[in-house]
Design a protein around this ligand. Structure first.
Ligand code: SF4
Length: 435
């Protein structure tokens, strides 16, 4: 008899399996990294390049500046980065100390910053990072006013792209003695961080909190406010009102160490649409380029960096991609991926603490698989490649500074991307939704 294998559109096999898993276990799935679903992204945009009406720059002879100053609105000591690509906040606890050190080493060699995360600042990270941004999170785990003063900038984390409206999670298997000590919490017990700050409930309180942070740090450190991509137009407006020097906007493709899968896939909006809304808000306030905008969430290549900058970002931040440069999902220790029920290229098991390549683990044997010096070189190589790609695209569009890239250099390949990024659909002058 002929087989009839027509899949249900409403109930594809993956959905049937998930329903049955839920029926067996009675609890949601927790996992790491970012959204796996396809959403409109920077791949849906192209650069027009120069030809008769635009004059390109010569790649091997004419310079193209990549430096950026972050935090010169109020801070006495803004940060000057050599490249507009920073390393996003990832906690010690979620990542091992070797991974944190490697990120610091690679970023420092390229003259850019790295960022702490929930759970505080480690000596390895401070020691290896030329510019270190200290995150102030709702949990306050590991928060230490002395560390605020040791940092080069402070990032008040309101939300994260993978889970706007949600707090952090660190499962017990990753909470060893050192991680527990830094967080003053028990070893081996799951930790769930708060989803909102305990000492302020809105932008007016936040303004007071920021004043407090400035006083603690003698008005030297730039203050960033990080938001997940929920309502970026209003959130950016409120962050500027609260006194931010820099707004960090994390789109839904941004990663996490651990949270509910339903959160990762179903909350927040794609980086592409979020970025355009944030830039609109800054322009309407006449604060574009005065309050710098860092965008993150799914940045992978120099093309992504260049497109984000053309849309109006001052810099980008990379998290998941930096982990991949450290060998996350690399084709190594395949047997250990199998024990987790996965394969290289599909792994999202950071929450388990059994990271096959030693990036997201506190297990001493696994952590040894990541040599911080070698891995630091990989980060440097990766950042170098992104920067060269960024400069190549800027020169091809006739720009001697990557921050001169502009929306006029872009076209969209899909109606969705044209509407979100508000650039014309390729081959037309049509921008959906433009009045
Ligand atoms: S390889 Fe390690 S860091 Fe990468 S997703 Fe798997 S567990 Fe996480």
């Amino acid at each position: 008899m002929k087989k009839d294998l027509k899949e249900f559109k409403t109930f594809p096999n993956s959905t049937i399996k998930e329903i049955q898993r839920a029926a067996n276990e009675g609890i949601y799935q927790i996992r790491g990294l970012g959204a796996k679903r396809k959403v409109p992204d920077f791949d849906d945009l192209v650069f027009l390049g120069a030809s008769m009406s635009r004059y390109p720059l010569e790649g091997y002879r004419e310079t193209c500046n990549t430096s950026v100053v972050l935090g010169d609105r109020f801070a006495k000591k803004p940060i000057k980065l050599d490249i507009p690509i920073t390393i996003a906040g990832m906690s010690f606890g979620a990542l091992g100390a070797n991974a944190k050190e490697a990120l610091g080493r690679g970023a420092s060699e390229m003259g850019t910053s790295t960022t702490t995360g929930d759970g505080g600042m480690t000596q390895e990270e401070r020691g290896s990072s030329k510019y270190l941004v200290y995150q102030l999170l709702p949990s306050r785990y590991g928060m230490n006013p002395d560390d605020l003063r040791k940092a080069d900038a402070i990032e008040v984390v309101v939300g994260q792209g993978a889970k706007p409206g949600g707090g952090g999670m660190l499962l017990g298997q990753k909470i060893n003695k050192r991680v527990a000590g830094m967080r003053t919490l028990p070893e081996g017990i799951d930790q769930r961080s708060a989803c909102r700050h305990p000492d302020w409930t809105g932008p007016d309180d936040l303004e007071i909190k920021i004043q407090e942070l400035r006083e603690i740090t003698n008005w030297e450190k730039p203050i960033y406010i990080k938001v997940g991509a929920a309502r970026p137009y209003y959130d950016t407006t409120l962050a500027v009102k609260a006194g931010a020097d820099v707004v960090v906007l994390d789109g839904m493709q941004g990663g996490t160490a651990a949270t509910q899968d339903v959160f990762i896939e179903h909350v927040g909006i794609p980086t592409l649409g979020a970025l355009r809304e944030a830039v609109d808000a800054l322009k309407e306030l006449n604060m574009h380029r005065k309050v710098q905008l860092i965008v993150s969430g799914g940045i992978r290549t120099g093309a992504d960096v260049a497109k984000a900058m053309a849309m109006g970002a001052d810099a980008v931040s990379i998290g998941s991609a930096a982990m991949m440069a450290l060998n996350c999902n690399a084709d190594l220790y395949v047997e250990d991926y199998k024990k987790l029920g996965t394969e290289p290229g599909y792994c999202h098991h950071c929450h388990t603490g059994r990271c096959p390549v030693g990036v997201a683990t506190q297990d001493p044997k696994l952590e040894k698989r990541l040599n911080p010096i070698e891995a630091g070189k990989r980060i440097k190589n990766y950042l170098t490649t992104l920067t060269l790609e960024l400069q190549t695209l800027a020169r091809a569009n006739g720009k001697s500074d990557v921050r001169n890239l502009e929306p006029e250099d872009l076209a969209a390949l899909t109606v969705e991307a044209a509407a979100m990024a508000r650039v014309p659909l390729a081959g037309t002058d049509w921008v959906p939704g433009k009045k």
